[in-house]
Design a protein around this ligand. Structure first.
Ligand code: BV8
Ligand code: ZN
Length: 255
């Protein structure tokens, strides 16, 4: 009977115990065990006829605002029904085990924050912070559940209370620049950290995907936590193959 206790190389544990700055950079895989589909999972229900890369663009929003707004409200309702999973909780607990921790995410859900992580760098925005396309003001979403049916569906975006402009999701779409300050902070963290975790990301979408390579280039210990291989495999110091919700709690407990 093989033990299901996960063991880790002693020098990885030592690296974490002595590190001055640890970075954890996450993708959709860290929220998968909370029940949120990843980008590689095909969209289901009403959305299966759409490709996320086609929907997640300014052009799609301008052409079909009700469809794109409805998709994001459907996803926000999905996130509101989910809970942070043990991976999010382990990342939050890591902050109390290492000297300095920076959490970076490509995800647009708020599960890191709901798990207790502080000052999370959102490179691609958030489902929970829509803005006005005209005046840029933040828009406060109505409390409670977005009114979307089980399969979502077309919903007209709200109008800005200040200027009447159309409200859009506070999301960085394909072809859009990332928020400058967040990107600079993330790149600086990759440049100066001792240990860089890449968790649950296929390492495909740039410039976020460049971060683990920047860290490897400057000599950081790069650790990938993923169920599957990615383009980072050959550059990582450690490949922890498995579900983030199982690997991370075991790793944090071993520090
Ligand atoms: C930019 C918000 C400068 C949206 C996202 C043509 C024109 C313009 C730009 C480009 C172009 N061609 C290429 C580009 C650049 C483009 C890009 O990189 N494209 C890729 C497809 C090649 N990038 C951009 O457009 C960026 N902006 O470059 O601006 C510019 C401007 C104008 C002109 C030129 C350049 C903006 C990119 C941001 C897009 N927005 N998100 C939304 O959420 O709706 S991207 C979105 O997709 C995510 O945020 C994330 O970044 C990416 C999905 O990746 P992952 O998170 O990794 O998820 P994925 O499903 O792929 O993988 C999950 C992984 O988890 C897998 O490895 C799996 O094995 C693993 N896993 C699953 N379960 C578990 C697990 N691991 C552990 N445990 C588990 N349980
Ligand atoms: Zn406005």
């Amino acid at each position: 009977m093989t033990s299901d206790v996960i063991t880790f190389p002693p020098d990885l544990i030592d690296r974490l115990r002595t590190a001055h700055h640890v970075v954890v950079s996450t993708g959709a895989g860290v929220s998968q065990e909370s029940g949120i589909p990843t980008f590689r999972d095909s969209l289901d229900g009403l959305w299966e006829i759409f490709d996320p890369e086609q929907l997640a663009t300014l052009e799609a929003f301008q052409r079909q605002p009700d469809l794109v707004w409805g998709w994001y409200e459907f996803r926000r309702a999905q996130v509101n029904k989910c809970q942070p999973n043990p991976a999010h909780l382990a990342i939050a607990a890591l902050a109390g085990k290492v000297r300095r921790l920076t959490v970076i995410t490509q995800n647009v859900d708020n599960l890191h924050e709901r798990a207790g992580s502080k000052d999370v760098i959102h490179l691609h925005g958030s489902l929970h912070d829509p803005i006005c396309t005209y005046c840029g003001q933040s828009y406060t979403l109505l409390a409670g559940e977005p009114e979307v049916g089980e399969t979502g569906g077309r919903m007209p975006p709200p109008k800005c209370p200040s200027c009447g402009g159309m409200i859009r999701p506070g999301i960085v779409w394909f072809g859009e620049m990332l928020p400058e300050e967040e990107l600079e902070r993330a790149q600086a963290a990759a440049l100066h950290c001792d240990v860089f975790f890449s968790v649950g990301t296929s390492v495909v979408v740039y410039p976020a995907a460049a971060l683990p390579f920047i860290a490897a280039e400057q000599g950081a210990c790069v650790v990938q936590v993923n169920t599957d291989p990615t383009g980072l495999d050959a550059y990582a110091s450690y490949l922890l193959v498995g579900k983030a919700g199982e690997v991370l709690p075991a790793l944090i407990a071993a520090i």
